[in-house]
Design a protein around this ligand. Structure first.
Ligand code: PMT
Length: 414
């Protein structure tokens, strides 16, 4: 789906700039035209020549270049792309974007752009956690800037924590998701990382969408989840100020502003991404995870032949909700699951809650006549210990807002 699209890639200074070379290569392989702008700091980490060679295009570095301005001009540079991607996005560039500065080519292009912007931050973990950086990110999110990563792990400075730039494959998937989705209107109600909101200082993990379990390189097993419910919950939690990580399977939903999107495909990848997001205070598992995967995925496209249809042997996928709810040392304080049922909805949900050991479970009817999968409405039965609350039919955004409200009340209690 990326073939023929145009990406303006802005590289700022950071050791992760070397990964942007791989990002360019992957985008070019998919038929994307990549034009690059580099900050002065970025040129200390990778050379403009290497970037130009991979882009097969000129690289722009200077706001004051007479030749570049007469040939292209920074306004055209900013308008000719379908998407602006900032990778790596350093703490400094994020701060300058938030302040609306235009003191070099990169910031001028960003300020003059009317296109969607995706950032892949990278920095030291203390810089990442600094209130100034978090406030700058919230400002960008409220303007509709979408973020992918950072991940956790060993950083270039030798410390361990959040701040690693997302991997090139994750950035490519995020680019696909942003380009597929209609533009999200930035608003506080739909996520915007409200600074000082009722969940400010809390960290939330939300799963959303389906998983895809490959059969061979071109086929997979999946389901009809659209991601509408999970994405709305992530937006609502971010809207109340929670630092929200959204681990999502492939969907058409725009990534909500202000959340950290971690795109995945399989259940195994979803589990790895969820574990990497820990510790969190709140986990809401709204994804429709495939219960089974194909035990051995064919390395080549399966062919029709005289032997008849292939037999697919299935293996059980890990249960992500149960794994997170049963973590010994870093179990989130509030673990919330969903139960997708077609009969005995509340009874089955109660049993699921006990089996998976989550705190709350939101049961919903997913029989085809309900329209829950893929639709805009949902009817929830909130099972919490011995009590059940029956919510009226609501839009998925209203369900998300009510759930976020309940969660914030839970955290208001001593
Ligand atoms: O995406 P939409 O189109 O908006 O639809 C929303 C929804 C119907 C997908 C959502 O409201 C919903 O019900 N999500 C859970 C779907 C599901 O897989 O339910 P389940 O009853 O099979 O699983 C119970 C819980 O365990 C869920 O929280 C699920 O995320 C989790 N699970 C399931 C299997 C597995 N291997 N790992 C899991 O974590």
């Amino acid at each position: 789906m990326l073939h023929g699209r145009r990406v303006l890639l802005i590289l700022s200074g950071g050791i992760a700039a070397y990964k942007s070379l791989d990002l360019i290569r992957r985008l070019r392989e998919r038929g994307v035209a990549v034009r690059a702008v580099m900050t002065a700091a970025a040129t200390h980490f990778v050379t403009p020549l290497a970037v130009a060679a991979l882009c097969e295009d000129k690289v722009y570095t200077d706001l004051w270049s007479l030749t570049d301005e007469s040939e292209m001009g920074h306004i055209r540079l900013s308008r000719e792309a379908d998407l602006v991607v900032v990778a790596p996005a350093s703490a400094d560039l994020i701060a300058r974007m938030a302040a609306g500065l235009a003191d070099d080519l990169a910031t001028t292009v960003l300020l003059a752009s009317d296109k969607r912007v995706l950032i892949a931050p990278t920095m030291n973990l203390v810089m990442w956690a600094h209130p100034a950086t978090q406030a700058n990110l919230a400002t960008l999110a409220s303007r509709g800037v979408v973020r992918v990563g950072p991940g956790s792990g060993e950083l270039a400075c030798g410390e361990i924590g959040s701040g690693r730039m997302a991997e090139p494959a994750e950035i490519v998937t995020a680019i696909e998701q942003v380009l597929q989705a209609p533009p999200a209107l930035p608003s506080r109600a739909s996520g915007g990382g409200e600074v000082g909101g009722r969940l400010a200082g809390r960290r939330a993990l939300v799963t959303s969408g389906p998983t895809r379990e490959p059969i061979d390189p071109v086929r997979y097993i999946s389901n009809h989840s659209s991601g509408k419910q999970g994405h709305a919950i992530a937006a609502a939690l971010a809207g109340l100020g929670a630092d929200t990580v959204l681990v999502s399977g492939p969907t058409q939903e725009p990534p909500p502003p202000g959340v950290q999107l971690v795109p995945i495909e399989t259940a195994a990848e979803m589990l790895t991404a969820c574990e990497a997001a820990l510790p969190v205070d709140i986990a809401v598992m709204a994804a429709a995870v495939a219960d089974w995967r194909v035990e051995s995925v064919a390395g080549h496209k399966l062919k029709k032949d005289a032997k008849g249809p292939p037999m697919l042997r299935l293996a059980e996928n890990p249960d992500i909700l149960a794994t997170i709810a049963q973590r010994a040392n870093d179990r989130p304080r509030l673990v919330i699951g969903f139960a997708a049922e077609t009969e005995d909805i509340v009874e089955n949900a109660r049993a699921k809650r006990a089996r998976k050991r989550c705190d709350w479970i939101l049961a919903n009817d997913v029989s085809p006549s309900s329209g829950t999968f893929g639709g805009d409405r949902n009817t929830i039965h909130l099972v919490e210990g011995g009590t059940v609350e029956h919510w009226p039919v609501m839009t998925k955004k209203e369900v998300a807002a009510r759930l976020a409200q309940r969660i914030s009340e839970y955290f208001d209690r001593p």
